[in-house]
Design a protein around this ligand. Structure first.
Ligand code: HEC
Length: 207
């Protein structure tokens, strides 16, 4: 008992939110759940928009979904929750939004190591409390696996249609996000929740 409560308070050391260790641990579980819900909402909304645009105007037209709608959805989720929600890549097309920081890069590397041991990307996530800028944050990442549907923009040179290639080359002259095979790790949804901002009820947060 003594050991358990000591372990707990070490695990959640200094979240500074709630007096007792058990409540703070509950809070982290709630934060993880909220992060999972937001990641799911992000991937689902983006996937839906991408699919609709691919059917309507083909991959050339759908580039705009990834360029404009992805940051828009991430922005909506960020504002509604008081978090930073973004997507990062193992290799990046848009460095401004997609480049992982050191923590994110380590988690991506760890995801690949977990996959090598047999874990599946669709279920893979990681979260922990990290201190930076003088305060504590709950950081969370949910793996984004490469799928067949992504090949026309992230696949090999032969898989990307000429029109798409030309548009990508003019918009993203430093594009590194090609050459992926289905089943590989394309990137992750990455979420930062400042611990001093309380969780928002999920309906209000757009999840
Ligand atoms: C129609 C083309 C297109 C398709 C299809 C597409 N993407 Fe992208 N993807 C892009 C573009 C363009 C960007 C850069 C967006 C930006 O400017 O932030 C991007 C960026 C990303 C990023 C952010 C990291 C980076 O490289 O900048 C991830 C992660 C990603 N795509 C995953 C996927 C996955 C997973 C699929 C399949 C489900 C997919 N994409 C399908 C065009 C596409």
């Amino acid at each position: 008992m003594q050991f358990t409560s000591k372990l707990l308070s070490t695990l959640i050391a200094g979240t500074m939110m709630i007096g007792t260790g058990a409540n703070a641990a509950d809070d982290l579980a709630a934060r993880e759940q909220a992060a999972r819900a937001a990641s799911g909402a992000f991937v689902q909304k983006l996937g839906g928009a991408l699919k609709a645009e691919m059917q309507k105007g083909g991959p050339e037209q759908a580039i705009l979904v990834c360029r404009d709608i992805a940051p828009q959805i991430a922005g909506e989720l960020s504002r509604a929750n008081g978090w930073r929600v973004t997507r990062v890549g193992t290799r990046v097309r848009n460095p401004m939004l997609g480049m992982p920081d050191d923590w994110e890069r380590n988690v991506l590397t760890d995801f690949e190591a977990r996959a090598a041991k047999g874990e599946k990307y669709p279920d893979m996530a990681f979260g922990e409390v990290v201190e930076f800028g003088g305060s504590k944050h709950y950081r969370f990442m949910k793996a984004i696996p490469m799928q067949e549907a992504c090949l026309s923009c992230h696949g090999s040179a032969e898989q990307i249609p000429a029109g798409v290639k030309a548009k990508l080359a003019s918009t993203y002259p430093h594009d590194l996000a090609t050459g992926y095979k289905p089943g590989e790790l394309r990137g992750a949804v990455s979420i930062i929740q400042p611990l001093d901002i309380p969780l928002v009820a999920s309906e209000a947060a757009g999840n």
